[in-house]
Design a protein around this ligand. Structure first.
Ligand SMILES: C[S@@+](CC[C@H](N)C(=O)[O-])C[C@H]1O[C@@H](n2cnc3c(N)ncnc32)[C@H](O)[C@@H]1O
Ligand SMILES: *[C@@H]1O[C@H](CO)[C@@H](O)[C@H](O)[C@H]1NC(C)=O
Ligand SMILES: *[C@@H]1O[C@H](CO)[C@@H](O)[C@H](O)[C@H]1NC(C)=O
Ligand SMILES: *[C@@H]1O[C@H](CO)[C@@H](O)[C@H](O)[C@H]1NC(C)=O
Ligand SMILES: CC(=O)N[C@H]1CO[C@H](CO)[C@@H](O)[C@@H]1O
Length: 307
């Protein structure tokens, strides 16, 4: 067999002339393959965090009831818990409320408040920043926990140091308000956020407060009720989780996470004008009206004081 000898890599002979045309620029070097390390670490951390949290939830909230540690009956009044948790309340709920969009919902609903405003179950004043003070003429904040109100008051004065028309009251919202805080003709807006879960008698409170809302009259709109509340969702598995967790959650936080908001609103006679739902239907933002036809009832006399 004859071997054909030849240069296996013949060098191209140099071009005898320099071409005049500009050669296109060389293509960019291929990108180095992206390191997968970051993705692996992130996934690992995510799975680790999720499973740790799930185990934590299971151990603390979802485990079957322990007969040696009886849980309170559904809807037992545990609202005095807020006296104890006031100082850590904001820190504990801030992250959750920001990440779940609850704050955006607060802003959307509370931002509609106008005129003379009553906020019940105000807690630590988590809605302070959401009021449009261009539309609001006065605010009365009510909560039965002096510890919570103290924080709300401090926060308000820090954020709105020159606002003259804010009043803070420590009292059960189911009891009559002092006459001098109720505007003549009633409040233009009543606000409650995350109150249904914690009040001993949430529809009783709303019904009572409905008596302070400005009545509809010829040519004039009645007052509005603005609510951001949480409770049962209507999804079976979500409600299973809520029911399972409710007793243990309530003992620690004073809040029943599995109440039927629709039922509470219905019993209070709330007429819903609009509702937006978040979090599988566990969080509702409601605009409605209350107490049509009912008289304004205040402590002492029946006539309002503030103009
Ligand atoms: C979950 S916190 C909500 C606080 C705040 N509104 C917010 O959105 O973060 C519930 C609050 O309702 C108050 N509360 C419960 N029952 C009440 C009642 N009958 N009258 C007035 N305040 C009440 C508690 O003291 C507590 O501050
Ligand atoms: C604590 O909360 C309850 C409401 O359940 C309230 O009546 C009581 O006065 C509060 N304050 C103290 C110091 O216990
Ligand atoms: C909230 O967080 C603090 C620590 O920041 C913790 O001690 C407390 O038990 C938590 N729970 C409640 C209900 O405040
Ligand atoms: C405070 O209330 C008075 C009386 O209703 C009102 O005239 C005044 O405009 C209010 N101030 C603000 C900043 O809303
Ligand atoms: C006054 C106040 O607390 N406003 C808060 C409303 O809620 C969000 C978070 O929880 C805070 O970022 C605001 O500061």
């Amino acid at each position: 067999m004859t071997k054909i000898r030849g240069n296996p890599n013949p060098r191209p002979s140099a071009l005898p002339y320099t071409p005049k045309v500009r050669l296109p620029p060389p293509p960019p070097p291929p990108k180095p393959p992206r390191s997968k390390k970051g993705i692996y670490i992130a996934s690992f951390l995510f799975i680790y965090a999720t499973s740790t949290y799930t185990i934590y939830l299971y151990r603390t909230l979802l485990a079957p009831p322990d007969p040696s540690k009886p849980l309170p009956d559904q809807d037992t009044d545990l609202s005095s818990r807020y006296n104890e948790t006031a100082s850590t309340f904001d820190d504990n709920v801030s992250f959750l409320e920001t990440t779940t969009g609850i704050n955006r919902l607060r802003k959307k609903i509370v931002g509609q408040a106008s005129g003379h405003v009553l906020e019940i179950s105000c807690g630590t004043g988590r809605n302070c920043t959401y009021y449009d003070l261009g539309k609001v003429r006065s605010l009365v904040f009510v909560d039965q926990s002096a510890e919570m109100v103290e924080i709300a008051k401090r926060k308000w004065r820090l954020i709105h140091p020159n606002y003259p028309n804010a009043t803070f009251l420590v009292q059960d919202a189911a009891k009559p308000l002092p006459r001098d805080v109720v505007p003549r003709g009633g409040f233009d807006t009543v606000v409650q956020t995350m109150g249904v879960c914690s009040c001993a008698d949430p529809s009783g409170v709303l019904k009572r407060v409905g008596g302070y809302v400005k009545k509809k009259s010829d040519g004039e709109e009645g007052g509005k009720v603005l609510l951001v509340e949480h409770g049962r969702s209507g999804w079976k598995w979500v409600d299973w989780v809520l029911d399972r967790a409710a007793g243990r959650h309530a003992v620690v936080h004073g809040c029943w996470p599995n109440r039927d908001m629709g039922g509470v609103f219905g019993a209070a006679g709330l007429k819903v004008e609009s509702v937006v739902k978040r979090g599988f239907g566990t969080v509702w933002g409601v605009v409605g009206t209350l107490g049509e036809g009912e008289e304004v009832k205040v402590g002492g006399a029946d006539d309002g004081g503030v103009d």
